[in-house]
Design a protein around this ligand. Structure first.
Ligand code: ATP
Ligand code: ATP
Ligand code: MG
Ligand code: MG
Lengths: 228, 228
């Protein structure tokens, strides 16, 4: 479902250039559950943003579900992001003045096939799945860090995406809550959803079937987790 | 240096009241290195915000360095926050339009005893200590999540505080970088700085000498780490 070939991404600021990705290649099959690890600054978020069609590479190719992403126009990219991909940002990107339930409903506002009642039901169900049934009407500043993170997770699920891209989705959660979220992701994966999960924590990586390790914008290792 | 007695903090939103802290009491001696753990929503940030003089309890007492914090006026609180306490926020609270070095210099702007040159030197040194010597002029959006977190850490150090309050300061860092940051905190602790560190990760807690566990706004356990 994902095929990247020699992906490069440079950030140029005046005279300085940061080579965030220096030629990354891999293929992810539909239904896989892959973990991406690597040290702070190794390029994980940059890679995930390209996979999520939020950013374009400087060079190299990205095929999503057989379609070359470079060929798509802005509207087609927006539709893919909204309907096919559930993205969980490292910094959540919640709307500050809206409640948890409204934040989670947001992706459904653009979906004309979903009625107002169904939108509310789906949002409530997603928040229940992450343990936030009692925080529906709190705004982000009225939520703990880990609760905000879980609102971001719930929001990524409401459009029934075929692929979830999660950037550190358990970074602010205690061990037990993290394991509950990872079990939820395993359940979604068993239903066929492809999951690409960035994490720093080795024991979180064990919930997936394969691990890709980045170092300074390159792939250091790419191995199946059963091999450990 | 810290003495809290029966601390309570309620958040009231309309008809709903959240009892974030339900009567918390402990004493932290000068020079201790304490870890606070607990599940998402158990009250850790609420507690830390009160200890950092950023929030007032609903009831109960807080003595900082022998002074009852309730008796202090706004200016005295601001001075304590700026000069005595280094606070690392769970969501960093960096200024979006300013570079890493300017963000780190910020607490020194209010310090009339520090010249412009010394301010710049201290900021550079703090950023070097967290491994960001090559990112001085990047703004937060030009930094990775873990790099932003480290800018927040560096900023907490520049005023040479007597006490550091860190809310999940390694949540977005890979294992090796986290251990480097924890060693840095151990070094600062050996110089006499009192450290109170909120974390979810048990192996990060082992860098401290004592662990306090919160559950639903109450203290569940309070033990010395050598006892484990
Ligand atoms: N301003 C607020 N208004 C209403 N409720 C709040 C507010 N701030 C926090 N809460 C609630 O108080 C409880 C404790 O929040 P707190 O941020 O202290 O948790 P925490 O232990 O830091 O969690 P985490 O590990 O997820 O960061 C949570 O259930 C949260 O929803
Ligand atoms: N917009 C930008 N402009 C300049 N440099 C950038 C920009 N975005 C990222 N970088 C740099 O590119 C490198 C990779 O960043 P990226 O966010 O992908 O790292 P990461 O692996 O996600 O790190 P972390 O684990 O800390 O979140 C970092 O060194 C960062 O400073
Ligand atoms: Mg990142
Ligand atoms: Mg918190």
């Amino acid at each position: 479902i994902i095929k990247i070939q020699d992906l490069k991404r440079d950030f140029t600021m005046g005279t300085e250039t940061v080579h965030a990705l220096r030629g990354v290649s891999f293929t992810i099959e539909e239904g896989e559950f892959v973990t991406i690890m690597g040290s702070s600054g190794s390029g994980k978020s940059t890679l995930l943003n390209i996979l999520g069609c939020l950013d374009q590479p400087t060079s190299g190719s990205y095929e999503l579900d057989g379609v070359s992403v470079k060929e798509l126009n802005k509207n087609e990219l927006a539709t893919i992001r909204n309907e096919k991909i559930g993205f969980i940002f490292q910094s959540y990107n919640l709307l500050a003045r809206t409640s948890a339930i409204e934040n989670v409903e947001l992706p459904l506002l653009y979906n004309s096939k979903v009625s107002t009642e169904e939108r509310r039901e789906r949002a409530i169900k997603a928040l229940e799945m992450v343990g936030l049934a009692e925080r529906l009407h709190h705004t982000p500043s009225q939520l703990s860090g880990g609760q905000q993170q879980r609102v971001a997770i719930a929001r990524s699920l409401v459009n029934n995406p075929v692929m979830i891209l999660a950037d550190e989705a358990t970074g602010n959660l205690d061990t037990r809550t993290s394991y509950e979220i990872m079990s939820l992701f395993q359940e979604l994966n068993e239903k066929g959803i492809t999951i690409t999960f960035v994490t720093h924590e080795p024991d979180i990586a064990t919930f997936s079937s394969r691990t890709i390790v980045l170092k300074d914008g390159n792939i250091l290792k790419d191995y199946l987790n059963d091999d450990i």
